[in-house]
Design a protein around this ligand. Structure first.
Ligand SMILES: Cc1cc2nc3c(=O)[nH]c(=O)nc-3n(C[C@H](O)[C@H](O)[C@H](O)COP(=O)(O)O)c2cc1C
Ligand SMILES: CC(C)CC(=O)C(=O)O
Length: 403
């Protein structure tokens, strides 16, 4: 009866767009969110929607650089699909009238366990580049990890907002220049060094090779280093970085890094318990489980599939973070349940920036936070510490014996 009544009302209103019905304004205001002929709206309702908007906003070469992965992009797909294979085990009748997503990372309080991953070249997305991203991260009360390969300098970013920032480092063949960057980061208030360990050379990103991807100015290296890339073939970026990166770095070099800075050191790019153990023994202050957004070694495992292995090896001695394929609040929830303290977001931030500038990045972070809040409410977890291993079921999960 009620159903029939509602149906009748909607048909009448649908037919009476141009009449003086009290609901007359509805079709035009709703029309901003959906198209009655069935086309998708241009207003994103989730983080994935930003990908298409970014594709439309960017030159193909830049979009492909942001979106692409290595070789067959098997790991790129797996980073997402591995999250889909994990289900959530919700608990009911828990008081979830107040949800608290706040945490601290290395002692710094943030509003939710979602950080901005280091990604290069934000000026390919918009003119303001990393300054816009940094302001959005500050507005979301989270930490941005500034890339070594940023297109705004670390000084410019430092003076654009007073939020907590970390600096991501590559060790280049010019060790003196890497040391100088660390000292500059320290002087300009960056609170940690994130050493990327999975990039002794660049992975084969075939879209970049086909597009003959250009090099972009690495602002932090201005006046310090210029590498003349002679190659006219393939990705100039690949040629540039292979010339610059020190492929001989080893575990012993963590000691060198420790000797030149008092900042905490996080190591990014750990995928096995063997390396997690070495990292802890080497005295790092945190581990980021990452396959570099599937841009380095194709057929490296999806990050969420190896998270527990790393967490078990680390035994709570240092925080473990994860990135790769996090696109939903439920993904954040799953990573936390498997032992991560927080996650980092890469491409969605770039897509938000390309589609809608600083506001786009802000929206991406807000969407993920809102989704995490809902996931926590519907799973019976009012605080982050309430999210436990027993809140997820992984594909290798064995049913406890009933005998
Ligand atoms: C366009 C792009 C540029 C990146 N640049 C860097 C970088 O400069 N340094 C670094 O350590 N990681 C870099 N990454 C990897 C990210 O830090 C992160 O590991 C990855 O993007 C996470 O996966 P997601 O994009 O699926 O969220 C980059 C990733 C992308 C997509
Ligand atoms: C310029 C690159 C080294 C930045 C990077 O890490 C990436 O493109 O994945």
């Amino acid at each position: 009866m009620l159903h029939a009544f509602i149906s009748k009302i909607s048909v009448v209103n649908y037919l009476n767009f141009s009449t003086h019905s009290p609901l007359k304004a509805a079709p035009s205001s709703l029309g901003q969110n959906y198209n009655i002929k069935g086309k998708m709206s241009s207003e994103p309702v989730n983080v994935n929607d930003f990908k298409e908007l970014a594709r439309n906003a960017l030159p193909k070469m830049y979009y492909d650089y942001y979106a692409g992965g290595a070789e067959d992009e098997h790991t790129l797909r797996e980073n997402i699909q591995a999250f889909h294979r994990i289900t959530i085990r919700p608990r009911v009748l828990v008081d979830v009238s107040q949800i608290d997503m706040s945490i601290t990372i290395l002692g710094y309080p943030i509003s939710a366990p979602i950080l901005v991953a280091p990604t290069a070249a934000h000026k390919l997305a918009i003119r303001e580049g990393e300054l816009a991203t940094a302001r959005a991260a500050a507005a979301a009360k989270t930490i941005m990890i500034l890339s070594y390969s940023s297109t705004c300098s670390m000084e410019e970013v430092a003076s654009s907002c007073n939020a907590v920032r970390f600096f991501q480092l590559h060790i280049s063949k010019r060790r003196d220049i890497s040391a100088l960057l660390v000292q500059r980061a320290e002087r300009f208030g960056y609170k940690a060094i994130v050493l990327t360990a999975d990039t002794p050379r660049l992975g084969r990103r075939e879209a970049d090779i086909r597009n003959k991807m250009i090099g972009f100015p690495v602002k932090n290296l201005e006046g310090l280093m210029s590498i003349d890339v002679k190659s006219d073939h393939g990705s100039k970026l690949e040629a540039y970085y292979n010339e610059m990166l020190d492929a001989s770095i080893r575990w012993e070099d963590i000691g060198w890094l420790r000797s030149i800075t008092n900042l905490p050191i996080l190591i990014k790019g750990i995928l096995t318990h063997e390396d997690a153990t070495k990292a802890v023994e080497g005295g790092v202050d945190g581990i980021i489980v990452s396959n570099h957004g599937a841009r380095q070694l194709d057929f490296a495992p999806a990050t969420v599939s190896v998270l527990e292995e790393v967490v078990h090896a680390v035994k709570g001695k240092v925080p473990v973070l994860l990135d790769g394929g996090v696109r939903r609040g439920t993904d954040v929830f799953k990573a936390l349940a498997l032992g991560a303290q927080a996650v980092l977001i890469g491409r969605p931030v770039l897509f938000g920036l390309a589609a809608k500038g600083e506001g786009g990045v802000r929206t991406v972070l807000e969407m993920l936070k809102n989704e995490l809040e809902i996931s926590m409410s519907l799973s019976g977890c009012p605080c982050i510490k309430d999210i436990t291993r027993s809140h997820v079921r992984t594909p290798d999960h064995k049913l406890p014996s009933m005998l």
